[in-house]
Design a protein around this ligand. Structure first.
Ligand SMILES: [Zn+2]
Length: 340
């Protein structure tokens, strides 16, 4: 295993290597690194990167990348696959969303700062030393430790080639609920789009677990994207979702803190104004009623029974259309599969 501040990620046929890419130094002198694995196919082709563990308690993507790298062979591949299974090692060590060293949410500080806090340096190192020059980046998230969701796939909805390529990758991935996002400050996929790199970001699972039913969506979806890019041969099974829908995410937050009692289930269709939950005080008196601001599907829930004031309790999916990509740019269905 090589430790380096700058890693050589150039294509060489049949290359398979692991690195620890150093991105900063802690006050005690220990290095902070991002583990990176590269696999090059026997034939040249696109450069695809997949990253997970941006939040240290989201493990579905980590597990999927381990399975994928164990199963792929350079002989069946074209191009370069770069994988960073645990981007945020400090947060992973603490099984927390944020780095315990500087209390920063890494997915709010991209593209980072080479002279900033340790998380800002991790962000900078990821963008500039590992992901620069990629043709597509797939970012794999889970959901909060205190909740769970029905999977969705986000893509950067921007004008031009970056938006089109991001949308196409989201369409072929295999998750049917798509979420177009404008450029948002500090988010990895926004920073990449501003670097000219198409990017998509999945949300799957939650609760700091990694059930196979969930992480397999990522394992399969990455192969679908590789087939779409011509990096893997098309295969007969595991085709992407046939029907795709675009949604905006409507957050429903706690009006007050207290004991949180949910009255709707994940995936349930709710009407506008429908009561979703109650919040009670320490004596059991109802102090807050949580209602649906719009009709739609409950796509995420908080499962923990205490609510902080302002906590993100539910997400409701609201129909939307992308601003910058057209529906007829949806690519033909191609797919790849293997079983893990
Ligand atoms: Zn996350």
């Amino acid at each position: 295993m090589m430790n380096a501040t700058e890693v050589d990620l150039r294509y060489r046929p049949g290359r398979v290597e692991r690195f620890n890419c150093q991105v900063g130094i802690l006050p005690d002198g220990n290095a902070v690194f991002i583990p990176v694995q590269i696999m090059c196919g026997d034939q040249p082709g696109p450069r695809l990167a997949a990253v997970a563990g941006v939040h240290g308690d989201e493990l579905e993507g980590v597990r999927a990348l381990h399975a994928l790298m164990a199963d792929l062979e350079p002989a069946e591949m074209a191009g370069t696959l770069i994988v960073a299974p645990v981007v945020n090692v400090l947060a992973f060590n603490a099984c927390s969303r944020r780095s315990p060293v500087d209390n920063i949410d890494l997915n709010r500080v991209f593209p980072g700062n080479p002279i900033g806090s340790i998380s800002e340096r991790v962000a900078y190192g990821l963008c500039h030393n590992i992901l620069a020059g990629c043709d597509l980046v797939v970012s794999l998230h889970g959901w909060y430790q205190n909740g769970t969701l029905e999977p969705w796939m986000e893509f950067v909805d921007v004008p031009g080639a970056v938006g089109i390529a991001s949308h196409q990758a989201a369409c072929v991935f295999g998750i049917s609920d798509l979420v177009p996002l404008p450029l948002l400050p500090g988010r990895l996929i926004s920073a990449l789009a501003e670097m000219g790199i198409p990017a998509i970001e999945g949300e799957v699972g939650g609760q700091a677990t990694f059930n196979k039913e969930k992480w397999h969506l990522y394992y399969q979806g990455l192969q679908n994207v590789m087939a779409h890019l011509g990096m893997l041969a098309e295969r007969s099974a595991g085709l992407p979702a046939a029907s795709l829908s675009c949604w905006a995410l409507r957050r429903v937050t706690a009006p007050v803190g207290g004991l949180f009692e949910r009255q709707v289930a994940l995936g349930e269709q709710v009407g506008q104004g429908q009561q979703l939950a109650t919040v009670s005080d320490l004596f059991g008196r109802t102090v807050g009623i949580v209602e649906a601001p719009i009709a739609g599907k409950i796509a995420s829930i908080q499962t923990v029974g205490t609510a902080q004031p302002g906590a993100h309790l539910f997400t409701i999916l609201e129909p939307t259309v992308p601003r910058h990509v057209l529906v007829d740019e949806t690519p033909a269905r191609v797919g790849a599969t293997r079983t893990a």
